[in-house]
Each structure stands twice: as structure tokens, then as C-alpha cells.
Write a protein that binds this ligand. Structure first.
Ligand SMILES: [Zn+2]
Length: 392
């Protein structure tokens, strides 16, 4: 027989003591602060994934996505906009990559400035401003990089740009292997290089996100029959390859002529051959795996360097740093680093002038690959008006 459980007498709840009330109040206050901190950090985190808007020139003829060249990228964070400007007259096809390394801001600024102003008269220009879109959603750990910098455009509005990470966001490719084995060469590099787009070419369609992005770009070069590809970068003033044009052997003649012309115009560029046994780089692999002539342009900025002091948005745009200037004065740098710094107008202007010169020489060497365009400022115009003047 089931026993009846004894009924409990209801107890009257005692009011908390004053000490207990104070303790509960403190806990509620701490929880409130934790919630506010979580919301603020969460909003900041989500905000990092918001790409800065681009307002294309009315002469834009077509847009696409990298996923058009590799459908598995669709809807993911490796997918990126592709802007296509077709001229009225047939000619060559130029592909411009900005943002291969999202911590090298001038390359992205050049690509955006071109998308917002370009008019192509002859041939075709394809621009990918955020080649490694995932890298723009992260920041460089332990580098104290600003997340954004800005320009004031010609209408007086602020235009924000992101500073990202050199690598694909770790959340899009976690975990890194201990060593990265490049496909197909078998070259071994440190594990984090598995997320470096400029070590992933020619890529593979079923590889990591970074390898798939590289493969989509290589596939675009093949499918769009790109004649000339330019991959833009920035590097530390102490790095040996700065203010340079690095060229695959099939692009070497054009690059050499362009460097001579640039030097005549007082823009000092070095010419570097693409190393044959250093694999994964755009100029090496896209040059080897497609018929395109491939070059990489490298400007210089203090943001990428190890000597830099205060790292903020002003360092991105003005690149002024007393230690770098001192290092230059005692002959420790590869390039000149003036007291007034190397402003973004100089870095962007060098890239723009180099693109223009290379296109001109390409048309002289291969008339059927002529690429003629207008409405893009030259180096001097950009120094005069500033970048913001050319943003919509
Ligand atoms: Zn780079």
C-alpha cells in the first residue's frame, strides 16, 4: 500500500537581511555591466563583417561575383564582387586585384577609386576590390590596427574603408594545420600561411576557403581570357621588395619598359623577377597556369612595418613615423622615408601611374591587346586633389 507523503507546512518567506539585499544589488549591477560589455563587443564584432559600400561609375557595364567562377563560394565569406568595364572598341583584358592582403590598405583604395571613376574606351577592365573578402572581416591579432580609416569625399561626406587582416579570417578556416603544404608544388610553409591568399595560387576547387578563392580568381583569368593581371600590395619600408614591380617572365619585357618610363617621370620603381621556386604567389602561379601576363605592384607604408609607433587611422592615411624617418637617415631602409611620411595619395598615386604605364606599354607591344581608359587621375592630379575628391 502506497504511503501518503506528509504534507509540509507552508513557511512564511523571511525578508532578506540588509547585507543580503546589498549583495543581491551588487550582483545585479555586475550582471548589467557584463551584459552592456557583451552587447558592445558583439556589435563591434558584427560591425567588422560589414563591408564598406562602393558606388560604381556610371560607365560600369557588368557586375559579377567570384562565385560565378566557383559556385561553392556562393553565400560564403570568400565570395566577392567583380566589376567589369567593357570598352566600345575591342582590345585586351586587364584584371586588377585590390585587397589580396586586407592589411595593405592602398591596394583596396586604388581598386575602389577605379571602380568609382573608370570609363573604358578600348578593351576590358575587370576589378576585384576585395580579393580576400574574408580577411576584411578580421583584424591582425596583437597589432593594434585601427578597424577603419576614412576620407571626406567631394560632397563632404565621410567614406569609410576597412583595415583587415593579412590572412583569411580564422573563423572561416579554423584550425590552421601545423604546416601548410602548397598545392600542387608540395612546398611547405608555416601553418598560418594556409590562410594567405598570395600563397594559395593556383588554388583548388575543393580546398580550403583561401584555396577556393585563389582557384576562382585563376578560373576567372582563364574564362575571361585575361591578358594582363595586376595584383596590388603594400609592404614594410625595411622589406627588400618595396616600391617594386614583380613580374612573371612572360610579363618581364613590358614591366621593364614600364619601370624605365616611370623612372623618367621621377617615380622610382625596382624591377623584380618572380622567383621560379617560390610557390603560391599570384605572379608565379597564375603566370604558369594561365596564358595571362602577371605582375605584382608593391608600395610601402609604415603600417606594415615593425618599427612603427602609434598605430591608428592617421598612420594608415599619412604613414608618418619618426622612427622610420630616423631609420632612413642612418641608411637602414630600402626606400626613402621622408619626415612628412608616405601619405596614401603617394602610395595610391604610384599604383595608378604604374597601371597606366603598363597598359600603355602593353598596347605598344601587343596592339590587339590595347587597353585604353579615362577619368582616372594620374600621380600629380591625385597629390593635388587627394583621394576623397575621387570618391562618390
Ligand atoms: Zn601583400
Amino acid at each position: 500500500m502506497a504511503r501518503k507523503s506528509p504534507r509540509r507546512k507552508p513557511t512564511a518567506s523571511k525578508p532578506p537581511s540588509p547585507d543580503e539585499s546589498r549583495r543581491r544589488g551588487r550582483i545585479a549591477l555586475y550582471l548589467f555591466f557584463v551584459l552592456v560589455a557583451c552587447l558592445a563587443a558583439g556589435a563591434d564584432f558584427v560591425d567588422q563583417r560589414r563591408p564598406a559600400p562602393i558606388y560604381p561609375s556610371p560607365a560600369l557595364t557588368k557586375t559579377g561575383r567570384l562565385s560565378d567562377y566557383l559556385p561553392s563560394l556562393r553565400g560564403g565569406r570568400g565570395d566577392s564582387d567583380v566589376y567589369i568595364f567593357e570598352g566600345k572598341r575591342p582590345g585586351g583584358t586587364l584584371l586588377i586585384l585590390g585587397g589580396t592582403h586586407p592589411n595593405e590598405p592602398a591596394s583596396n583604395v586604388v581598386a575602389v577609386l577605379m571602380v568609382e571613376n573608370l570609363q573604358v574606351e578600348q578593351g576590358q577592365i575587370i576589378i576585384i576590390p576585395l580579393a580576400n573578402a574574408s580577411g576584411f572581416s578580421a583584424t591582425e591579432p596583437q597589432e593594434a590596427f585601427p578597424l577603419r580609416f576614412h576620407f571626406i569625399n567631394r560632397s563632404g561626406r565621410q567614406r569609410d574603408f576597412r583595415v583587415g587582416s593579412r590572412f583569411t579570417n580564422i573563423l572561416d578556416g579554423w584550425p590552421d594545420p601545423i604546416v601548410y603544404r602548397h598545392h600542387p608544388s608540395g612546398q611547405i610553409l608555416s601553418g598560418n600561411e594556409t590562410r594567405n591568399l598570395n600563397r594559395a595560387y593556383p588554388g583548388r576547387p575543393n580546398g580550403t576557403l583561401t584555396e577556393r578563392v585563389a582557384w576562382a580568381i585563376t578560373e576567372l583569368v582563364r574564362r575571361e581570357e585575361v591578358d594582363l593581371m595586376i595584383d596590388m600590395h603594400e609592404a614594410a619600408p625595411e622589406y627588400p621588395v618595396v616600391n617594386a614591380v614583380v613580374a612573371h617572365e612572360r610579363a618581364m619585357d613590358i614591366a621593364a619598359m614600364a619601370v624605365v618610363e616611370l623612372q623618367i617621370c621621377d617615380l622610382d620603381f625596382r624591377l623584380e623577377p618572380s622567383p621560379k621556386n617560390f610557390h603560391g604567389l599570384s605572379h608565379r602561379e597564375v603566370g604558369d597556369f594561365t596564358p595571362a601576363k602577371v605582375m605584382l605592384f608593391e608600395s610601402t607604408g609604415a603600417l606594415q612595418g615593425r618599427l612603427r609607433a602609434t598605430t591608428d587611422a592617421e598612420l594608415v592615411t599619412r604613414s608618418k613615423d619618426a622612427l622610420y624617418h630616423r631609420a632612413d637617415r642612418i641608411g637602414k631602409l630600402q626606400v626613402e622615408f621622408p619626415a612628412e611620411g608616405v601619405p596614401i595619395e603617394v602610395r595610391v598615386g604610384r599604383h595608378l601611374e604604374a597601371i597606366r604605364t603598363v597598359c600603355k606599354i602593353l598596347g605598344e607591344f601587343e596592339p590587339d591587346q590595347t587597353i585604353d581608359y579615362s577619368r582616372i587621375p594620374g600621380y600629380d592630379e591625385l597629390q593635388h586633389h587627394g583621394v576623397g575628391f575621387y570618391l562618390n
